[in-house]
Design a protein around this ligand. Structure first.
Ligand code: ATP
Length: 234
C-alpha cells in the first residue's frame, strides 16, 4: 500500500489554476521527487498535503486515511513533517530552542535527548552553535531540517532544501537526505536542482504548469531526452 496517495488533485487560488488533476504516490521507504520550473505547482502540492491549503478537487490519503480535510496540526501528529522553502526558523529563539520546538508533541525526555544527539551527529554545526540566536545562523536550512527530524517524521516533505545554498552545502544536503532515507524515513522532495534530486530519488514526477507530464525512476528520468533538454541543460 502507498504511504501517501495523491489522486486527481486540483488547486485553485481564485481564478488561477495552480495544480490540475495531479496524481502520484509515495511508498514507504522511498525518496520521491517532484521536479519542475518555478511556478509549476510544486509548493502548492506540498502545502496541500500538510493541510495548509485545501484542494479544490481530488483526494490525499496518508497511511490509509484521507487527510485533505484534516487540520494541519493533526497531520503533523501523524508523523508528516514539512520543511518549508527558504529560511523558516524561529528568530529570537536559540538553535537549541528551535530544535526543542520540533519535538513539542513528544514528552518522553530520554527519547528526545537521544534524538537530539542523532540530529547533532548529522549536523555538527548546529551543536557548535546551539546557544546562538537562530536568526543569525548561516545554516538555517540545516536547522529547519533538524527541527523537522525532532518531530519523528514517518514522511518528510522537503521544499527546495538546496535553494540558495553554496555548492559545498548543496552536496551535504543531498548526502543528508540519503542518510535520512537509510534510517527509514520516507521522503517527498521538491527541487529545482533536477540533476541532484533525480540522482538520489527512487522515483520522480515532472510537473509543468500544474500537470504531471512525465514520471519514472530517478534513473529513467535522468536519461530521458525531455528532462535533459528542459531541466539538465543538455
Ligand atoms: P516555486 O518554485 O516558485 O515555489 P512552485 O512550482 O512551487 O514554484 P507554486 O508556488 O505552487 O509553484 O505556484 C504555482 C502557481 O500558483 C503559480 O502560478 C503561483 O503564482 C500561484 N500561486 C501560488 N501561491 C499562490 C497564492 N497564495 N495566491 C495566488 N496564487 C498563488
Amino acid at each position: 500500500m502507498a504511504m501517501l496517495k495523491v489522486e486527481n488533485l486540483s488547486i485553485k487560488y481564485g481564478s488561477i489554476e495552480a495544480v490540475k488533476n495531479v496524481s502520484f504516490e509515495v511508498n514507504e521507504g522511498e525518496v520521491v521527487t517532484l521536479i519542475g520550473a518555478n511556478g509549476a505547482g510544486k509548493t502548492s502540492i506540498l502545502r496541500t498535503i500538510s493541510g495548509l491549503v485545501r484542494p479544490t478537487e481530488g483526494t490525499i490519503s496518508y497511511l490509509g486515511n484521507e487527510i485533505h480535510k484534516t487540520p494541519a496540526r493533526k497531520i503533523v501528529a501523524e508523523g508528516l513533517a514539512q520543511v518549508p522553502e527558504g529560511r523558516h526558523v524561529f528568530a529570537g529563539l536559540t538553535v537549541m530552542e528551535n530544535l526543542e520546538m520540533g519535538a513539542f508533541l513528544h514528552t518522553n525526555k530520554e527519547e528526545n535527548a537521544a534524538l537530539l544527539k542523532k540530529v547533532f551527529q548529522r549536523f555538527p554545526r548546529l551543536e557548535e552553535r546551539k546557544n546562538q540566536d537562530a536568526a543569525t545562523l548561516s545554516e538555517q536550512q540545516m536547522l529547519a531540517m533538524g527541527r523537522a527530524l525532532m518531530s519523528r517524521p514517518k514522511l518528510l516533505l522537503l521544499d527546495e532544501p538546496s535553494m540558495g545554498l553554496a555548492p559545498i552545502f548543496i552536496q551535504e544536503i543531498f548526502d543528508i537526505i540519503e542518510d535520512i532515507k537509510a534510517q527509514g524515513t520516507t521522503v517527498l522532495l521538491i527541487e529545482q536542482n533536477a540533476n541532484k534530486a533525480l540522482s538520489i530519488a527512487d522515483r520522480g514526477y515532472v510537473l509543468e504548469t500544474g500537470k504531471v507530464v512525465l514520471s519514472g525512476t530517478g534513473e529513467e528520468l535522468l536519461a530521458s531526452d525531455e528532462v535533459r533538454k528542459a531541466y539538465l541543460g543538455g
